[in-house]
Design a binder for this molecule. Structure first.
Ligand SMILES: [Zn+2]
Length: 135
């Protein structure tokens, strides 16, 4: 059995379209392996090329973008229900809130894949402060 973390002897052509590769949940290096091992949990490494995914840190980025996409539609739905039908509050609890929650969950995975792919291609890493004794 080969070490999955060892560099691959095969040269892969990294993606040039991080959005397309990311929303499909594919590895940014080989574009064949899967990024996720669950719905949102990132795999340890690519099962095709062995790329170590420990560099990933999308933090709150996917949640921010998902909420930004869904919020105008949720607001529109709530306003339309209220202005057109003057519905009681429980109707909003059964329509607008589930729409918002499930809409955000739906967009989380493709957005996380996109941001992870962009992190790899653009070499984005956590910031480091280098302290020297020479002020
Ligand atoms: Zn790969």
């Amino acid at each position: 059995m080969t070490d999955p973390m060892a560099p691959s002897p095969i040269l892969y052509e990294p993606t040039t379209n991080t959005f397309k590769t990311g929303i499909r949940g594919r590895c940014p290096r080989c574009q064949q392996g899967r990024i996720f091992k669950g719905y949102l949990q990132v795999a340890d490494h690519c099962d095709v090329c062995g790329l170590d995914y420990s560099f990933t840190n999308t933090a709150d980025g996917p949640a921010f973008f998902a909420m930004s996409i869904i919020a105008p539609f949720a607001m529109g739905l709530a306003l339309w229900l209220e202005l057109a039908y003057e519905v009681p509050i429980w109707v909003h609890l059964l329509t607008t809130i589930p729409f918002t929650i499930f809409g955000c969950i739906f967009f989380l995975r493709p957005i996380k894949g996109w941001l992870l792919s962009a992190e790899y291609i653009h070499g984005i890493r956590d910031g480091r402060i280098k302290l020297t004794s020479e002020g």
